[in-house]
Design a protein around this ligand. Structure first.
Ligand code: IMP
Length: 200
């Protein structure tokens, strides 16, 4: 049985990554996200709530199985900021570079640069079934941006399990083998296999 789903993101890189990870566990067919379904406001207090809001809204609009994610970067010396506000850290309409600049500015010369990415992955079904999973990766914030790959805070995130390179200096496969999103969606795929929605 093929797992047919629509992915709740306008970010093509994220969509490709999510499909690739789920496809490792079973047959997946992507349904195109209707262009007239707008972005959902991320009004939840947690990553899981926001991922759920995005998935449920898309299921309601399409009556299809919907898959969504929400990601946050927590920096210890900043009391967990930017956290759930990661996308809008430097204000509404902030670019990735604006957010990175704000983060480096706030951290200044702090010697404690430890940080953690967490991703929530959510699948909602038209029959009301909901499945979710979390994934995380710990690391440190670099003192300056390095690398051209990835997106968001990747140029300043050095994963503990790596060799000192930032996520933006790694290939997509290297990043996703250890990334928060890779882990969250592999765990989500396991849940989907358990309930029989995804199979090889
Ligand atoms: P979202 O709400 O899941 O789209 O993610 C919130 C923000 O976190 C995005 O605007 C990015 O800046 C950042 N982000 C999400 N995933 C990643 C990642 O894999 N690497 C670096 N930054 C990310």
């Amino acid at each position: 049985m093929t797992f047919r789903c629509v992915v709740a993101t306008a970010n093509a890189d994220k969509e490709a990554e999510i499909t690739a990870i789920l496809s490792e566990r079973g047959d997946v067919e992507l349904i195109e996200r209707p262009k007239d379904v707008g972005e959902v406001e991320e009004t939840g207090d947690t990553l899981l709530e926001n991922a759920r809001l995005k998935a449920m809204a898309l299921t309601e609009a399409t009556r299809e199985i919907s898959v969504a994610d929400d990601t946050g970067l927590e920096v210890r010396a900043l009391d967990g900021r930017p956290g759930v506000l990661s996308a809008r850290y430097a204000g509404d309409g902030a670019t990735y570079a604006d957010n990175v600049d704000k983060l480096l500015g706030e951290l200044g010369g702090s010697t404690d640069r430890s940080a953690r990415f967490t991703a929530a992955a959510y699948a909602s079904f038209p029959d009301g079934t909901e499945v979710h999973a979390l994934g995380e990766v710990t690391g440190t914030i670099a003192t300056e941006a390095r690398g051209d790959g990835g997106f968001g805070y990747d140029p300043v995130f050095i994963p503990d399990e790596g060799d000192g390179r930032t996520f933006a200096e790694m290939s997509a496969d290297e990043k996703h083998a250890i990334s928060h999103r890779g882990r969250a969606f592999r765990a989500l795929a396991d849940r989907l296999v358990e309930i029989g929605a995804l199979e090889a």
